[in-house]
Write a protein that binds this ligand. Structure first.
Ligand code: NAP
Length: 285
């Protein structure tokens, strides 16, 4: 039986701690941190993520403003909205919910956000700082994954870690964070040959590919720590499921994260942490 790391429980604990801290801010700094989330269009998944961010902000005591814009907004209009938020001293964090409509260049938008307010940690200067081991805002999902490993008491140093997926928002940064914690890291992707032989060698396996139940029991060795980042709809039941075949893999794993209730809640909780971090930095802490 694997130890199940509940991202939901850990998130609740972290949010309660943050709420206690934020409650001291009005006296200390005259106000609480302010996160602005921009949602373009009406994608239901994005709407639900944005709602989750507003709810978490409320729990933690962070001021949250959600700005809704139609999918027809032009790139220039969105850029000028970001410019005004960059210049607004009462705003500590800016997040543009992705994906954006096809006529908008996501990279241009992310680059336009002031790096000090880039709570997602996606700005090229934050990404560069991460790879250069300089102080930076770390992307929320990878940050949450490391936090979960720490919470479960998983020793990372010296371990063979395999990351499946090389996206900018999950695979690459989590691989770098594992490397910084002295794991020996292998990054796999769609062109990796004989993936099961690589994953069977993993002591820590992080899966971020976006394919329902892709990692089967035969791909995992006994005692592996399995972190499932995937959020998918099961094609048969329509329910949420991860990239790992949880029921089959859990008995072999030593530690595993569920979907839902695993990495997902941690991502939002780390967004709260990043917002507080940006705020405290601005306030000169
Ligand atoms: P992405 O940008 O689509 O990247 C997927 C990666 O998986 C790519 O590197 C791709 O390889 C690799 N891949 C695809 N099929 C593969 C295969 N058959 N074998 C090996 N590698 C394969 O995805 P993402 O944004 O990283 O997201 C991954 C999953 O995590 C999705 O389900 C997403 O919804 C979820 N997610 C969850 C959270 C959360 O908070 N829980 C946050 C972010 C993402 P190539 O590079 O070769 O194409």
């Amino acid at each position: 039986m694997a130890t199940i790391i509940s991202g939901k429980e850990l998130s609740a604990k972290m949010k309660a701690e943050m709420a206690r801290k934020v409650a001291t801010f009005p006296e200390k700094y005259g106000r609480v941190p302010h996160l602005v989330v921009i949602l373009v269009g009406e994608d239901p998944a994005s709407q639900s993520y944005v709602k989750g961010k507003a709810k978490a902000s409320e729990v933690v005591g962070i001021k949250n403003t959600t700005i809704l814009r139609p999918a027809s907004i032009t790139q220039d209009e969105l850029l000028s909205l970001i410019d005004s938020l960059n210049a607004d001293d009462s705003v500590d964090g800016i997040l543009v919910q992705l994906p954006l409509p096809a006529h908008i260049d996501e990279a241009r938008i992310i680059e336009a956000i002031a790096k000090e307010k880039d709570v997602d940690g996606f700005h090229p200067l934050n990404v560069a700082a991460l790879w250069m081991k300089q102080p930076c805002i770390v992307a929320c999902t990878p940050k949450g994954i490391i936090r979960m490993l720490d919470e479960a008491g998983v020793e990372i140093s010296g371990k063979k870690a395999v990351v499946i997926g090389r996206s900018q928002i999950v695979g690459l940064p989590v691989a770098k964070l594992l490397l910084d914690r002295n794991a020996t890291v292998t990054i796999c992707h769609s062109r990796t040959k004989d993936l099961p032989s690589v994953t069977r060698d993993a002591e820590i396996l992080v899966v971020a590919i976006g394919r329902p139940r892709f990692v089967t029991a035969d791909m995992v060795s006994e005692g592996t720590v399995v972190i499932d980042v995937g959020v998918n709809r099961d094609p048969e039941t329509g329910k949420l499921c991860g990239d790992v075949d949880y029921d089959a893999v859990e008995p072999k794993a030593s530690v595993i994260t569920p979907v839902p209730g695993g990495v997902g809640p941690m991502t939002i909780t780390c967004l709260m942490e990043n917002t507080i971090e940006c705020f405290e930095k601005k306030m000169g802490k």
